[in-house]
Design a protein around this ligand. Structure first.
Ligand SMILES: *Cc1c(COP(=O)(O)O)cnc(C)c1O
Length: 427
């Protein structure tokens, strides 16, 4: 590996040189990039490379980097004071906006990250039911709370084991893991543990194992299973919220969860999360109820300003159909190139998200994704980076388009893919 002064300084100062592991580029065996500045869909690195960005901070930047309305709102808010720790009218407005866009979120609490939103959702569900166990799905990511850093235990479905050191067994053992889209797993776990089950937690569209769409009726089935055993249904909409429509995936699929988690887009690139749901459940939270949750920077005025500016832009411009059409054009072009080179490649797509999966088989769960050709992704990542295209640095992350990606950038991207696939196919 080449010597890089920033990399060496970063590694001497921060574990692995990063503040979040995927930024180390370990999954693609590369030297990490360092950002200098970004505008629209273009990210400029400290060594002067200009990259078309398909990572987009892993989801928040639906309007692109440094959108003028967001930058202006942030600057204006910061000038009025960066934190008060008393309630502001803007927070009320943000909660009202979320309420009206996602009616199942009858009460909303703002927090500082998606992780915190999911942690809080689980605590509220446990508090409201007096039960301990939760059920999640293999390959769904909900942030790094102890009880969520788990993987399936010995069987395909059942009591989890920790997927990180430092997670006590008792936390992992209260989590059950089922395979996404496998009704039989959920039925078996509900039959055995239903009376102890506080919540079923799911990404309504699974976007942390590539992109896996819910099978027909799967989310409705989860609603019914939760009701049958008295558990709460939690949708983790941290990626899905305001990504596919002005609302959450529940607005499109018609299944109403008890609790919804949001993050990413609703902060426009500033730290934020939100948890909301049925009023009677949310009012279990302190100060009304016995479930404690709080935060010095919760509902931070600068984050809320960025979030409100983003939501206002989305509401006014309603860019979703256009975003989807542009994504579709890109994906269709790549698919045609892959067919020409004879490389087995699937690009599951929804709205402005798509995943890159090197397999000929349809993918509906984590096991299927894990068994795909990750070496090909690795080579694709490098071949595209060499040509000025920045993919998320892991085959499990999805690619994000924003309203700032131009037709010209899409054209450049297709050109780069053509060369990259030739390179991969030739070796
Ligand atoms: C990113 C993500 C989280 C965690 O959000 P952070 O803001 O990174 O803590 C939780 N759930 C889903 C579905 C996510 O994609």
């Amino acid at each position: 590996m080449s010597s890089s002064p920033l990399r060496d300084r970063a590694r001497a100062a921060m574990p692995g040189g990063v503040n979040s592991p995927v930024r180390a580029f370990k999954a693609v065996g590369a030297d990490p990039i360092f950002a200098k500045t970004a505008q629209g869909a273009e990210l400029e690195t400290t060594d002067g490379r200009k990259l078309v960005d398909y990572c987009m901070s892993f989801g928040p930047l639906i309007l692109g980097h440094a959108h003028p309305a967001v930058v202006e709102a942030v600057a204006a808010a910061a000038a009025r004071g960066t934190s008060y720790a008393v309630t502001t009218e803007a927070e009320i407005e943000m909660a009202e906006e979320i309420q009206s866009a996602i009616p199942s979120m009858e009460r909303v609490r703002l927090v500082s990250s998606g992780t915190e939103a999911c942690m809080t959702a689980i605590r509220v569900a446990r508090g409201a039911t007096g039960r301990n166990k939760i059920l999640k799905f293999g390959g769904c990511y909900h942030g790094h709370a102890d009880c969520l850093l788990v993987k399936a235990g010995s069987g395909v479905a059942g009591i989890a084991t920790a997927s990180s050191a430092g997670v006590p067994h008792v936390c992992a053992n209260n989590t059950l893991v089922a395979r996404y889209n496998h009704r039989e797993d959920v039925e078996a776990l509900a039959a055995e543990h239903g009376a102890d089950l506080a919540a079923i937690l799911v990404e309504p569209v699974a976007a942390n194992m590539g992109l896996v769409l819910p099978a027909d009726g799967f989310l409705q089935f989860l609603r019914e299973q939760a009701d049958a055993c008295g558990a709460k249904l939690i949708f983790d909409g941290v990626i899905c919220g305001f990504r596919f429509c002005y609302g959450e995936y529940q607005n499109l699929c018609g299944v109403k969860p008890d609790i919804t988690c949001l993050g990413k887009v609703i902060g426009g690139g500033m730290p934020i999360g939100a948890v909301g749901g049925r009023a009677d459940i949310m009012e279990e939270l302190a100060p009304l109820g016995p479930v404690y949750q709080g935060g010095t920077l919760s509902g931070n005025p600068v984050s809320v300003a960025a979030g409100l500016a983003t939501l206002r832009c989305l509401k006014e411009s309603n860019p979703y159909a256009e975003l989807e059409a542009r994504t579709r054009r890109l994906v269709t072009a790549i698919q045609a190139l892959a067919a020409e080179t004879g490389i087995a490649l699937q690009l599951p797509t929804l709205g402005s998200l798509f995943a890159i999966v090197f397999t000929g088989q349809p993918v509906r769960d984590f096991e299927a994704i894990e068994s795909t050709r990750q070496d090909l992704f690795d080579r694709l990542f490098h071949a595209l980076l060499d040509r000025g295209i920045y993919l998320p640095p892991s085959p499990f992350e999805v690619c994000f388009l924003s309203t700032a990606h131009t037709d010209e950038q899409i054209e450049l991207t297709v050109q780069a893919w053509a060369e990259a696939l030739q390179e991969i196919g030739a070796t």
